[in-house]
Design a protein around this ligand. Structure first.
Ligand SMILES: Nc1ncnc2c1ncn2[C@@H]1O[C@H](COP(=O)(O)OP(=O)(O)OP(=O)(O)O)[C@@H](O)[C@H]1O
Ligand SMILES: [Mg+2]
Length: 237
């Protein structure tokens, strides 16, 4: 399966999302490859810190992809799950990877320009529907860095705005919590950042876990629907 994390806008938490999901997937026993397609190399830097500090589990990483279709297909014969971190404004990488994807995650915060960029990207991805093997490019918006309180007005307004624009949106929200910045400095996932005795920020850990669960559910649904279509095609109905 292939998960692509992308948005035109910079700093919307693409790398944070990709690296966290990669850790959880490896922990869950899924043979996973994290792919950094961004020339800034932030996922690569995160992996370097992780390896230098001997943080386990090890997260396999690939960088520098030229031919997205060929290389993603090739890697997906070797790994159960690919997680592709796309650089901001790299439309070529985003569209070519999205065509191979089982799930595209488009992170956004509530900032007006992030939202505009997200709607633009989601519309561009929608245009790939016909070319995608499932007849639909499976793209979902992920809200993040919203105020660190339950049910804030800003979060509700962001969801309403995205839904009004016809965007599918993850139920999970990753609120603005400083542990995300710490985790990045330490080459860790948020749930791996420890206080004195336990997880430093269990609420951030719970949100990240909820995202992982939702991602796994969506991948399972994609797989089931594909199998149903294949069964129908075989029986000629
Ligand atoms: N939920 C969150 N709460 C607080 N800070 C966050 C959250 N998610 C990400 N961040 C922080 O936001 C910043 C941008 O995150 P990140 O590098 O993942 O974005 P990006 O979209 O990959 O950026 P770029 O376009 O440069 O690749 C980082 O400092 C990261 O630690
Ligand atoms: Mg990044």
């Amino acid at each position: 399966m292939i998960i692509v994390v992308g948005n035109e806008k910079g700093g919307v938490a693409k790398t944070a999302t990709a690296t966290n999901l990669a850790v959880r997937a490896v922990e869950a026993g899924i043979d996973t490859l994290l792919i950094d397609t961004d020339s800034q190399g932030t996922s690569r830097a995160w992996c370097r810190i992780r390896n230098e500090t001997n943080q386990l589990p090890f997260v396999p990483l690939k960088t520098e992809i030229d031919n997205f279709k060929k290389e993603l297909l090739h890697e997906s014969t070797k790994y159960e799950l690919l997680i592709v971190d796309i650089g901001a404004q790299n439309y070529k990488a985003l569209t070519e990877s999205a065509l191979q994807a089982d799930l595209v995650i488009v992170p956004t915060g509530a900032d007006q320009f992030e939202v505009e960029s997200t709607i633009k990207v989601m519309r561009a991805l929608k245009k790939l529907d016909e070319e995608h093997q499932d007849g639909r490019c499976p793209a979902w918006v992920l809200m993040n860095r919203t105020p660190n309180v339950r049910n804030s007005r800003e979060e509700a307004a962001l969801r309403a705005c995205l839904i009004d624009a016809g965007m599918p949106v993850f139920d999970t929200v990753l609120r603005d919590r400083s542990v995300w910045r710490t985790s990045r400095r330490e080459g860790r996932a948020v749930h791996e950042v420890l206080g004195r005795t336990q997880m430093l920020d269990p609420k951030a850990g719970a949100e990240a876990e909820s995202l992982f669960d939702e991602v796994m559910e969506k991948l399972a649904t994609v797989q089931q629907q594909r199998e149903q279509r294949q069964r129908k095609a075989r029986s000629g109905k």
